[in-house]
Design a protein around this ligand. Structure first.
Ligand code: CA
Length: 234
């Protein structure tokens, strides 16, 4: 892979420069867009591998930008938002963002999220030729064809809902999935965020079956008030 190309969408010059300096040190290429109009234009012409998107832009709603880009591109979008924009963050993930960072963030955190996003780019481009019917992540294994789940050598018996839930998270490994998104995918569009309590119950029983320490899960991480994420192991 050539040098990864990152598009920094940020109207705060100080934050934008900090990100740019960090990327430069990592040997990443980047371009900056200070507003929504420039972001959409650069997304089309520069074709970045990953977009870092500030939600609070002077001329546009960050969520609208995500929707626009999602209509023609699958590029990973990492939302960068201030804590006061928490509800927007959930909306952004529902609109198709891959991940989020809350300001102020550390440079290490930024780079870790970028690596996850870039790994997804590479996986996506391989998908066509290597579509496999077995998912393996650490000790966890899903045989999609047989509908079986294993932890190490041991087969785990899941209920249909637990199985659907696990497959959904596994297929989106590294991505934060919102409560809303999960509920819609598992139970259908008639359900809403008010049903998070049943999701919580199924998540608890699923964790008991696949996690060595359900109280300190290593596979399925909770993002409080947002949703869940399957973590890539090792
Ligand atoms: Ca801003």
């Amino acid at each position: 892979m050539n040098k990864p190309q990152i598009l920094i969408v940020e109207d705060d010059a100080a934050v934008s420069n900090l990100i740019a300096t960090t990327l430069e040190l990592q040997n990443y290429q980047f371009r900056k867009a200070p507003n929504g109009a420039a972001a959409v234009m650069e997304a089309l012409s520069y074709r970045p591998d990953v977009m870092l998107l500030d939600l609070g832009l002077p001329d546009a709603d960050g969520v609208e930008i995500i929707r626009k880009i999602r209509s023609w591109s699958n590029m990973p979008i990492i939302v960068v938002s201030a804590r006061s924009e928490d509800t927007d963050k959930v909306e952004a993930l529902d609109a198709g963002a891959d991940d989020y960072l809350t300001k102020p963030f550390s440079v290490d955190e930024l780079l870790a999220r970028l690596r996850v996003a870039l790994r997804r780019v590479r996986c996506d481009s391989r998908k066509v030729t290597e579509e496999s019917s077995v998912y393996a992540n650490g000790e966890l294994k899903i045989d999609y064809a047989a509908g079986c789940v294993f932890v190490g050598e041991k087969e785990v018996h899941l209920t249909p809902i637990e199985y659907k839930l696990l497959c959904l998270l596994a297929k989106n490994t590294g991505k934060v999935l919102t409560h809303n998104f999960i509920i819609r995918e598992i139970w259908g569009s008639g359900y809403s965020a008010s049903d998070t309590s049943s999701l919580w119950v199924f998540m608890a029983t699923l964790r008991k079956k696949i996690e060595a320490e359900p109280a300190h899960p290593k596979y399925i991480k909770t993002h409080i008030g947002v949703g869940y994420r399957m973590m890539r192991q090792g």
